[in-house]
Design a protein around this ligand. Sequence first.
Ligand SMILES: Cc1ncc(COP(=O)(O)O)c(C=O)c1O
Length: 442
Amino acid sequence: MTTAPNTTLANATLEAAYAEAAERYRAANPNSAAIDVEAQASMPGGNTRTVLHYHPFPVRFARGEGARLYDVDGHELVDFLGEYTAGLYGHSEPVIRDAIKLAADDGWVLGGPNVLEARFASKLVERFPAIERVRFTNSGTEANMMALVAARAYTGRDKVMVFRGAYHGGVLYFAGSPLNAPFDYVMADYNDPEGAAEIIRREGDRLAAVLVEPMCGSGGCIQGTPGFLGALRSATTETGALLIFDEVMTSRLAPGGLHGDLAITPDLVTLGKYIGGGLSFGAFGGRADILDRFDPRQPGAWPHAGTFNNNVFTMSAGLAGLTQIYTPDTVAPFNAAGDRLRDRLNAAIQARGLPMVVTGRGSMMTAHPGEAAPKAPPEASGRNRRLIDLMHLDLIGAGIYTARRGMVTLSLPMTGADHDRMVGAFEEFLDTRSRVIEQAGA
Ligand SMILES: Cc1ncc(COP(=O)(O)O)c(C=O)c1O
């Protein structure tokens, strides 16, 4: 993958540049290509998780260690995808490994409450100000589904407000997916405080909940302004709709999550990703008077099932991670390093006078074409993202693994040298592809 781009094509049209990059990628990854063909016989397109697919085929990993990934063609990549924020601890953190071993030593599938779940729950309650009580699920999608159905049952109302382009899980993706859970949705625009508040008031006692990420993660690392999030809080308080903050990704950005940092108290909060230590995880929590409706000792208690909700591996790894590694003291310096990296990437763009921008906060960031930072998820605007596909393949060629959509997520085992390598690879992309960047950003 060290072959330099063909300079004639590299600065021709965007489509020509992309075709050339894809050809180079194909030539550098024959084993990944062969396994992909085999996989297609038993899985649709060789895939079981849509977000991991990209053209011409995804790089297939043999193993990971620290912040490094090793693919089946013998390349070492620095992992800047970080399992879409779930990989905070990297691939081989000894504390997590020991916690998994400890759980294994005591046996699993116990079929009853275990000694770890209440300790883990108490750490979440201690940490996140809006969470007075919490329940575990197996994924962020499930956590959001539970929060929505709980809000509908609590309020006795049907409608759910979401934002164009937002992603809240496999059945809650608001960029034209035909597979969404069949709630009665009301759509609004992210970062439009007046518009959203007006819709909330108009829907009045028909609206059960507003589901929002305080920073759109998959939607392009676009921060919700305090004015926007505050307007959602005020309008929902007025109408009695529940405000649900999806902090599946963003809870890593401040010691008490983004809601703690913004001092906005949603009624419900959903969690996921890294909090399970890198194992399957989700949780929903919030106001005691809402969550206590799940108290099975009460007559008419709401049911909430899930065979693996309290599985010992996740409980053990998650507890160890939050108490021994990602403690509140670690959160600020880790995310400050992310702010510095984002500043360096933007400085590299500005030094070259190119129309691109890297948005985000702390350890999560996304590159976008165009001079101006988007205010809402690009999926909502339908803007062409081909330049970002090209950047993705070019960075893989330089040993840097990012999300196809241009998202970069940091992990704890990363070093300053890894950040330098990211900046170097990005600068090379800017220099090699300057002409198509200008075309795409115009
Ligand atoms: C904001 C947000 N909510 C929910 C989810 C769904 O989590 P999971 O993939 O664990 O179902 C994701 C996953 O990317 C997410 O980014």
